[in-house]
Design a protein around this ligand. Structure first.
Ligand code: AGP
Length: 600
């Protein structure tokens, strides 16, 4: 989730590259760099920190062709060596995405005599293109891409030649007068041109000042259609969505795809984590886990509890971080701190407290180099990409993704999951991003129901077992952005008090996907219907029974029961978003809240 720019034209490249990079910084980045052909060779400048810091260090570099990058670290810490561009001989590369087989490529290239200086996956790509280069840059890029597994948007500079390519990561070509541009995001180059050509997967562009040629991976020329972008800059930053929250909800298939990238082998039924220093054999000794987190991350942790208990047979306590500090009870032998920002003061303080009891600690976070990564013994990155909306959406989804993988990994280590079940689960997990895309395509129906109930003053979300954390998350999301009083409840608990609040004016969102407690959930729905509450059920697309008991049904694709919470999540997020929109609330910046809560 980094930013790419490229320029080939009649103007000086450096001011355009720097200006374009600055337009991507609103998403938050940690290092930057450029490579420019100075009329005899390519000069590379890069550093940790903001683009203005890089700009201050730049000498006057003449030259009309170049590439630039803002990095949001995924492989290797944010520092100068890991910053892009990465070079090999005459080849310079900037890259977004994850090369899943970079370790194997790295070893092969080292055997062929290449030396690596960074911890990144991208450096392997630079060496690979160099290895194949025989005076034709397009040929070399195509051959290198054939060897790569994973996702990429790349810009490659060799002398004054510029080539771009993509797979599963966006890239657009901007068309100007005697100049052409490359960008990962439209806002980067909108100031220079509104004429854009969007690269599709497995397409390559050769970008010269007066012409852009497009090829498939067999080097067959392709005709592309140009689009005129009419968005203003603000709309472009949100990719045309009205709010960052909606954009980020739509980015969930990609976020989850990145969370899984390089970590799953369905064929072998194995899971591997880069940052986890806990081998499958060592998992046997862990009999109790404590999860510590706040807000949305706590809700993810609660689902984690069900997953570890069901898949690995390990008892889990989930603690609200601000309470754990004062509980004086000893945590499990593994403490997991979950924090998308990695800077939440309550979570950091609780994790430090937990460490005083001995035992191991593990952080699950989205931000490389954040404080939690330094405090914990090991760390797993969520890889959601930058999240700007205060309401956590895609980071919650990636937290769930990591927890599913972790629980399965522990299940295997504990001998609780057969190899066959593991393979089946991994195949089903891989399908989740596409199933989320299907739910997103059905959002008009969700918008309609949100509109109907947006004037309510109280709304309940109910679920049982695995769906209970999603009920909590739905209620948190709704109250956070729409200011409607919302309760998330374990459905079986309603009759012990809250049922007194249920009337015909209290809509109930019932998460009723198939599973162990489905029949009991239907009974709970009948209880609220008997009090005349309007009920919207979130149910499997194959469930033909549920509509008899409720006022409306929002369907999610049928999947392995244990995975359905990821799908229901998208529905509760969209319901909350459209409710807040119908009430005209400031969705991306709700009152009294901040994205990162650094006070206790
Ligand atoms: C969720 O929408 C909120 N913004 C909030 O509950 C958040 O999840 C909480 O503050 C924890 O943040 P963290 O994940 O960065 O630690």
């Amino acid at each position: 989730m980094c930013g790419i720019v490229g320029y080939s034209g009649i103007r000086q490249a450096v001011p355009i590259l720097i200006d374009s990079l600055k337009r991507l910084e609103y998403r938050g980045y940690d290092s930057a760099g450029i490579a420019v052909f100075n009329e005899s060779n390519v000069e590379v400048y890069k550093d940790k920190g903001k683009i203005v810091d890089l700009e201050k260090t730049l000498p006057n570099i003449p030259g009309n062709v170049g590439i630039g990058h803002t990095r949001w670290a995924t492989h290797g810490r944010p520092n100068k060596i890991n910053a892009h561009p990465h070079t090999s001989g005459n080849i310079s590369v900037v890259h977004n995405g994850i090369i899943e087989n970079y370790q194997q490529l790295r070893e092969k290239l080292i055997r062929s005599g290449y030396q690596f200086s960074s911890e990144t996956d991208t450096e392997a790509l630079a060496h690979l293109i160099n290895n194949y280069y025989k005076n034709d840059l397009v040929d070399a890029v195509i051959l290198a891409l054939n060897d790569i597994k994973g996702s990429y948007a790349i810009a490659v500079l060799c002398g004054n030649e510029l080539v771009a390519a993509r797979k599963d990561s966006p890239l657009v070509i901007g068309i100007g007068e005697n100049e052409n541009f490359i960008a990962s995001d439209i806002p980067a180059i909108l100031k220079y041109t509104r004429k854009m050509i969007f690269l599709d997967d497995m397409e390559i562009a050769y970008v010269a000042p007066d012409k852009v040629s497009f090829f498939d991976t067999g080097k067959k020329p392709i005709e592309k259609t140009m689009k005129l972008i009419e968005w203003d800059l603000e709309a472009a930053e949100k990719s045309g969505y009205e709010h960052f929250m909606l954009k980020e909800i739509h980015e969930q298939p990609k976020a989850l795809h990145e969370t899984f990238a390089g970590r799953i082998s369905e064929l072998e039924g194995t899971i591997a984590f880069d940052g986890l220093n806990l081998k499958e054999e060592q998992v046997k000794d862990i009999n109790r886990i404590s999860i510590i987190a706040c807000g949305t991350s706590y809700n993810a942790g609660l689902l984690g509890k069900y997953l570890f208990e069901q898949l690995a047979g390990i008892h889990v306590d989930v603690e609200i971080a601000s309470e754990f500090r004062y509980s004086h009870s000893s945590p499990g032998s593994l403490v997991i701190g979950i924090s998308q920002s990695g800077e939440t003061a309550d979570t950091l303080a609780a994790l430090r407290e937990a460490k005083t009891f001995g035992g191991r600690s593990l952080a699950i976070t989205n931000i490389m180099g954040s404080t939690i990564t330094r405090d914990a013994d090991s760390c797993i990155y969520m890889r959601s990409g930058p999240e700007i909306g205060v309401a956590a959406t895609k980071t919650f989804m990636s937290q769930l993704g990591v927890l599913y993988l972790l629980a399965l990994y522990f299940g295997k280590g504990k001998g609780k999951i057969s190899s066959d079940r593991m393979k089946r689960m991994l195949v089903s997990l891989r399908k989740v991003p596409a199933q989320i895309t299907r739910i997103l395509s059905n959002k008009e129906l969700i918008k309609k129901y949100a509109g109907i109930y947006s004037s309510s003053s109280d709304i309940f979300f109910i679920g049982r077992t695995l769906n209970y954390p999603i009920a909590l998350e739905g209620a948190l999301k709704l109250k956070e952005i729409s200011y409607i009083h919302a309760e998330g409840y374990a459905a079986g608990e309603l009759k012990h008090g809250p049922l007194a609040l249920i009337t015909k004016n209290t809509p109930v969102i019932a998460i009723a996907t198939k599973g162990l407690t489905y029949d009991k959930m239907v009974n709970n729905i009948k209880e609220v219907k008997a009090r005349e509450a309007p009920v919207i059920a979130i149910a499997d697309e194959k469930d033909s029974e549920i509509e008899k008991y409720v006022d409306a049904v929002i369907r999610v694709p049928a999947t392995d029961d244990i995975l359905s919470p990821m799908l229901s999540t998208v529905v509760v997020q969209l319901l909350s978003y459209y409710t807040a929109k119908a009430r005209n609330c400031p969705i991306d910046q709700p009152r009294n809240l901040a994205k990162s809560v650094t006070v206790e």
